[in-house]
Design a protein around this ligand. Sequence first.
Ligand code: FAD
Length: 396
Amino acid sequence: ENGVVIVGAGMAGVQTAVALRERGFTGPVTLLGAEPHQPYDRPPLSKAVLLGKAEDSAFDVDFEALDIELRLGTEVTGLRAAARELDTEVGPVPYGVLVLATGAQPLTLPGTGGVPGVHLLRTLDDAERLRPVLAAAPSIVVVGAGWIGAEFATAAREAGCEVTVVEAADRVLAGALPAEVAEPMARWYAEAGAELVTGAKVAGIDEGRVLLGDGRTLPAGAVVVGIGARPATGWLAGTGVELGPDGSVTADAYLRTSLPGVYAVGDCASFPSARYGSRLLVHHWDNALQGPRAVAANILAGEPAEAYDPVPYFWSEQFGRFVQYAGHHGGADTLLWRGDPGERAWSVCWLKDGALVALLAVGRPRDLAQGRKLIETGAPLDPAKVRDPATPLKSA
Ligand code: FAD
């Protein structure tokens, strides 16, 4: 018996291995990871690790005690389903059950590969390369005003760098939030002393400067590109594992892939959400914590036992604020403000057919905790009470 082999030793891969043991799986568990480092947590990379407030963010997991075989520096390059084997540089690895947990890769700006001083922020190596850059405090251009761009800009301002953030869309967080909610969040940039340039495309990067589509030139001692990420699934092309147009492994409700005995979880996988009536590709930490629990339960049961249909959750720390989001909203849902976005703390709620479906909380963790439960239960709410920040959400 070849046991469970997990490809990818990030949050989702490690949590799958741990969850298997926690639930009593006694067969062999092998965790293959391309990176050479002891498995680590990514959220601190754009926060404490970047600023040198923490050396690293290795997971506090005793792999040996859990009898998890950890093979680091091992990139998996191929999958031969008929033989139930993986290919690696050091030879084939057989599997009984396979879990794909290869995460995501940051998108790059075309034409900027290999230009000195252009950075991404996904790995510990990236963060370690950026640390001395921040310490030297050059003027920095950040490309992309998404979650990573905002967090990096926050750290760079804290390190004393001059920061310009260039965003192609007409607003910050364009992929995640409507204009009315993004607008007050854009003001945080100026407040922190970072310049925000929206509606601007990067036309090219030379050493020392960024050229914009409208002819403007920005001085740049360093450039950090944070324009999104794509599932790290290129190696699965032609293996029989079905991939979606977004590059994700299209798992089913039990996180099974199109191949028997093969599961997928975390940033590399999308799944059908009955709760939201659509397929979700979630690139957040909580998904890499909860998904593995369902995968482990299904592997142990040997049959589809636990469907995965979470209320997605994530947080971001930017410009001195704690931002949290739970649920999933669409453009047709009713948006209600809860508090004044000019203040330090406020929330936004999205209602559908009178029930809460999503919530964004800035400095209001209690709203988040209560809202998350309300989203799960789907209880109808009184909009007038939702709008009143003095009324606890759970009493609305
Ligand atoms: P990953 O963490 O990407 O791990 C996948 C691993 O698989 C990688 O180590 C990779 O090297 C390895 N791998 C890939 N291909 C192969 C292969 N062929 N063979 C072997 N190994 C392979 N989320 C939040 O909710 N809140 C936050 O504040 C937050 N901050 C973040 C900050 C940063 C800088 C980043 C990059 C992400 C942040 N996230 C945050 C997102 C969160 O970290 C991810 O959702 C989470 O790491 C996903 O875990 P994963 O295991 O699916 O993928």
